[in-house]
Design a protein around this ligand. Sequence first.
Ligand code: HEM
Length: 175
Amino acid sequence: MDDTRFNTPGEQRKIDSVAADILRNVRINRSFILWMGFLATLLALCLFAYVIQLRQGLGVTGLRDYTSWGMYIANFVFFVATSLVGMGCHSLDGSKLVGPSFAGLYGSQRSVTEGNTEKTEIADEAYIVSSIYDPNKEIVVGYARNLMQSYRDILTVENIAIMTEYLKTLRITRL
Ligand code: HEM
């Protein structure tokens, strides 16, 4: 590993093991079938509850009570706001928002500035980890500094490895 890469060998090993785990074939054995059966039953129960709500109105869920209404709204607003913040910064369709799009990002050449030096980097695993842990170290040309904050204390290397596998699937040409 050369010094322009930011991952330690430990981090790289974690990334590789997550990638291998995500990409391995599913083994259809007894526990897999039991687990799928359990999930299918859960899904059927949820669909049943949904039909009851649809026919009798949301009141059957106990939403007239302040506590359950409060929990419902707080969760709803939390998830809507979280998705909105994410959507406002990085698009998946190539359009430029506050930050660069994730479309076609993985494996592409990135022009970045570090201090006063402009250079080119390949967006590989190490680059993605570094962009998320140290977003203001290298700034993608055309974007502002200090907008994206570090996710070092929020996302583990394993979390990022899973996201990177997703980024690899976004092979749409960048606009
Ligand atoms: C978990 C959430 C996030 C992830 C995984 C993430 C990931 C990334 C990655 C991989 C890059 C490098 C992109 C490239 O080379 O084209 C980047 C850059 C950037 N992100 Fe994010 N981001 C996140 C949240 C945000 C948020 C919430 C904002 C807006 C407030 C933001 C704004 C930016 C900006 C302005 C850049 C370009 C400047 C720079 O290189 O630091 N990001 N982000």
